[in-house]
Unconditional design. Structure first.
Lengths: 370, 349
């Protein structure tokens, strides 16, 4: 191993960094040796720092190695058999706090895909309530990717690899399908987005090359859950992908916040609507399709009181105990009526599930009328 | 327990909900002011309120009656209403409904006014449109002298329409409401949008009639058991097969549901005793005891006292939904007794 890289790796494993130093060190590392930084941006609940990042259980747990004002390093121990210490793997994970909101942290692994897959992802999965991953709608996903070239002065982005999910389409007798594909040779972003739109799908992950003056600057990726990868210049990916992903937390808090009946005067309801802007539920078959999609909610039970031709269902989110009712009582929209406990992220999980499995619409406050 | 029996439970839940929807719809008829396209804030409605008939009542002098809905519009107007989503198949039994309405045609006391009375009130019957034949029964009884009403009698029909946008259609079938805005609104059939019902139902889920027990189990599971479990230290890391015991007491669950899910939650905490006693306590403690007992009987918890006042229900992160609760209830002795036999086509509400 060249001495430069050796020295850098030694520094990464022994020194404590602030945000800018860590980003610079990663840029340098990626500049002198091939590798990839994999990152996931999470909103941390207050207890995460209170408990010094001592999270999880025997299956996957983290301990704090060091912490500075703007960065941190964790050791993540991951076991696939919680009773067998032999199956334990240890990973080093860095965390970079976002300047605008220190509770938002980008967790990353360097040159260690397993550290991301088996360390960061598992840690987040077993601590869903306290380490909240972003969930990007098609619109937000596209907006972040499309803003990237201008923000970083790239001439163009070409799609290299995509992992796609296609929503179910009852008219074509199609169930929801997901597949990875490398068959995106040199397609532009516009072509790629047009394709998923035409096929009623969404990108689980999109990997693209960034070009400047005809040279490939690096290969970057963005996932639906805000996961970012970068083969070069992580600083650019952090600035223009991770930070916009981190800002979505605040947008979600603004829209989904203060809807729990317990927080409202007289315990009123403060519903929200997903407006599809067209008569998507005009045919009863589509209501049935929506019911089938809703029942697949992965985080808790769905009680369907009436399924056709209108829908009245109640959803419980096991992640944080949020509860809400879901109605389809008009051709254009879905009505979500939060109940006594309804957190931002509980509501967001249900809405995102509807987006992922059925279709995206425009979110709005419910306006009462007779 | 068969899929058909589960379906029967779900149908009973649907009936229970539909009655609530009819009451919400009727209240909305009074609450919404067409002139200014907004809700009047001087309309109060009371579900299952207790009234006392006068000594001159033709059928039940000086006794207690509990119409499904009482509506009071400031000092302008008042109505008492009975909602019948279903009626016995045997039409000779419909006379009882007419008799029930006649009981309400009286100088009832128990209104939330200084002297407990109102100047006058309408008597309203709301029936499902499939049962508007009752109008002929009422008309012929009145014409034949078999029934007599001194106050305005109004019959409205109610049906859900599943057009492009779902709505509930109210149509005036008999009489004229005294309250002019409602009379004007009912000049032609009036549609209450489904979303209006849905949003109100978000708060008003329990009324003065015993709900199907699986419906109550489902509500308690989400709104009480899971809600309390979520505040527990073990909640976040609770594994799928692990159980988290949540201690509950029958009166406390009943009070919580009354405060947050019954039609009468708006009764202020400092309401006078007399006012409080006029309102039914919904849900009743025996319903809650039955629902908690069904959790216990289906292995999801245990009583921790002999009086069956306190229990522990085990919260689990499993797919327990209304269908599962229906299946579990049907497997209990109470469920077998309640749904074990063939259900009649039309249940009397």
């Amino acid at each position: 191993m060249p001495p430069l890289i050796k020295d850098l790796l030694r520094r990464l494993s022994t020194r404590e960094f602030e945000r800018e130093e860590l980003v610079e060190a990663l840029d340098t590392a990626l500049g002198i040796a091939p590798g990839i930084v994999h990152a996931a941006t999470v909103l941390t609940a207050p207890l995460v720092d209170d408990q010094q990042w001592r999270l999880g259980s025997r299956r996957c747990r983290s301990t704090l190695v060091w912490r500075t004002a703007s960065a941190l390093k964790l050791e993540v121990k991951s076991r696939h058999d919680p009773d067998d210490a032999e199956t334990e793997q240890r990973y080093s994970v860095f965390g970079i706090r976002h300047e605008s909101r220190p509770a938002v942290v980008t967790l990353l692994s360097f040159q260690d895909p397993a550290g991301f897959r088996d360390g960061i992802r598992r840690l987040v999965r077993f601590n869903k309530r306290d380490l909240i991953l972003a969930s990007l709608s098609d619109k937000r996903f596209r907006a972040i990717v499309e803003a990237y070239p201008a923000a970083e002065a790239f001439d163009e982005l070409l799609v290299r690899r995509a992992s796609v999910k296609l929503r179910a389409n009852p008219r074509q007798g199609r169930h929801q399908i997901g597949f990875s594909s490398v068959a995106w040779p040199q397609s532009s972003l516009e072509q790629a987005f047009q394709w998923v739109w035409d096929n009623n799908g969404w990108f689980v992950n999109l990997t693209f090359s960034a070009f400047r003056a005809g040279h490939e600057i690096g290969r970057f990726g963005l996932g639906r859950r805000g996961e970012v990868s970068s083969s070069h210049r992580f600083s650019s990916a952090f600035r223009s992908l991770c930070i916009p992903v981190g800002l979505t937390f605040e947008q979600d808090e603004r829209f989904f916040g203060r809807r729990a009946r317990r927080e409202l005067q007289f315990h009123q309801t403060r519903p929200l609507v997903i407006d599809y802007g067209r008569g998507v539920f005009a045919e009863p078959e589509m209501v049935r399709q929506f019911v089938a999609a809703l029942r697949l909610f992965p985080h808790g039970p769905v009680s369907v009181y009436h399924g056709n031709p209108y829908l009245h269902a109640a959803v419980l989110d096991h992640v944080d105990g949020s509860s809400m009712e879901v109605w389809v009582a008009s051709a254009n929209r879905v009505l979500v009526v939060p109940q006594m406990r309804a957190t931002v992220w509980g509501l967001k999980r249900v809405v995102q599930h509807i987006y992922d499995s059925f279709g995206e619409g425009d979110l709005a406050d419910y306006e009462p009328s007779a | 327990m068969t899929a058909e029996q589960v379906k029967a439970v779900l149908a009973a839940i649907d009936d229970y909900e539909n009655s609530a929807f009819a009451m919400i719809g009727l209240a909305n008829l009074y609450r919404f002011d067409d002139r200014v396209r907004s809700f009047r804030d001087d309309v109060r409605f009371f579900q299952g309120r207790r009234f006392t008939t006068s000594a001159a009542n033709r059928h039940s002098p000086s006794t207690e009656v509990t119409p499904d809905l009482a509506i009071l519009v400031d000092v302008e107007a008042a109505s008492v209403a009975e909602v019948k989503m279903s009626l016995p198949e045997d039409r000779s039994l419909w006379d009882r409904v007419v008799e029930q309405l006649e009981r309400y045609d009286d100088d009832l006391t128990g209104w939330p006014t200084a002297d407990g009375r109102v100047g006058a009130h309408d008597v309203i019957l709301v029936v499902h449109q499939m049962r508007i034949a009752i109008v002929d029964v009422i008309r012929s009884k009145i014409e034949g002298g078999g029934a007599r009403f001194e106050r305005p009698l109004v019959v409205l029909s109610f049906i859900r329409s599943d057009q492009r946008d779902m709505f509930y259609l109210f149509r005036l079938e008999y009489g004229q409401p005294s309250f002019v805005p409602v009379r004007d609104r009912l000049a032609s059939p009036i549609a209450i949008p489904g979303h209006v019902i849905a949003v109100n139902y978000g708060r008003f889920k329990l009324w003065d009639s015993r709900p199907p027990i699986p419906y109550l189990m489902d509500l308690i599971w989400r709104e009480v058991v899971a809600d309390r479990a979520a505040t527990h230290d073990r909640f976040a890391t609770l594994r799928r097969n692990s159980r988290l015991p949540i201690e509950l007491s029958v009166p406390e669950v009943a009070e919580y549901l009354r405060e947050n899910f019954s039609f009468n939650q708006l009764l202020s905490a400092d309401a006078a005793d007399a006012e409080r006693s006029n309102q039914p306590t919904v849900p009743r403690t025996e319903w809650i005891r039955a629902a908690l007992g069904a959790f216990v009987d289906s292995g999801q918890g245990r009583w921790i006292d002999q009086q069956r006042e306190r229990c522990e229900i085990d919260y689990q992160k499993q797919n327990l939904n209304v269908e599962e609760f229906a299946a579990r209830y049907l497997a209990t002795e109470s469920g077998t007794q309640e749904y074990g036999g063939q259900l009649p086509m039309f249940l009397e509400s």
